[in-house]
Design a protein around this ligand. Sequence first.
Ligand code: ADP
Ligand code: MG
Length: 235
Amino acid sequence: FERVEKLTGRRLKQEKLNKKKQKSGGFESMDLPPDIFRAIKRKGYRLPTPIQRKAIPVISTGVDVVAMARTGSGKTAAFVVPVLAALQKHSLRNGARALILAPTRELALQTFAVTRDMAKFTDLRLCALVGGDSMEMQFEDLANNPDVIVATPGRVLHHTNEIESFSLRLVEKVVLDEADRLLEMGFQEQLSEIMKKVSQSRQTLLFSATLPSALAEFVKVGLREPRVIRLDSEM
Ligand code: ADP
Ligand code: MG
């Protein structure tokens, strides 16, 4: 009898915990496709970080977002998860539908690794286009018709100019990661050029640790009525 009671007690505790998780905005409360939820768990993320808790539900509604939170706060998954979820929900394969831009080869490759982990159980195809890698290999990757491209601005522009059949016009999600650094490093013109090539009804997501005035200006022209999410106080 004691043992039954113990078990019931444990089950009740577990149920309470589950309910608490859903209420407190765990990943399970975010209505994510099972394949992506599974990848999050496989990656060992038990609870969303504050920026993920705030940004994922807002991004999932399809609006433009400017999100600011310090380095190390988990910004990558905050955009990778809802972007992959959106593509997975409307699967249709005839060209890249998401473009994630980062300022350096290293940052783009880091983001690519996270994207690959999160897409592991989906049938989405990914491709990294960064400087320093062989163009030949990237041509091959592009011929595979990727759904998601993670790139540095120079390299992706180069490919759009080189390869006639490669276009960004179906890109409906654009992420500017480390946007403050993208501008600091002088990518402004290239970014504007890229923005002209993607779908004009796109959703644009801008992630940054800081919002210098040049970036605020860029937001004004590049984004449509963005929701601003700031997390400096909680950090
Ligand atoms: P940022 O882009 O804000 O600098 P990252 O996305 O690089 O931060 O994440 C920083 C670290 O936190 C990474 O090692 C990442 O794997 C880890 N991380 C992100 N989200 C979670 C989470 N929900 N649970 C546990 N670890 C996480
Ligand atoms: Mg980052």
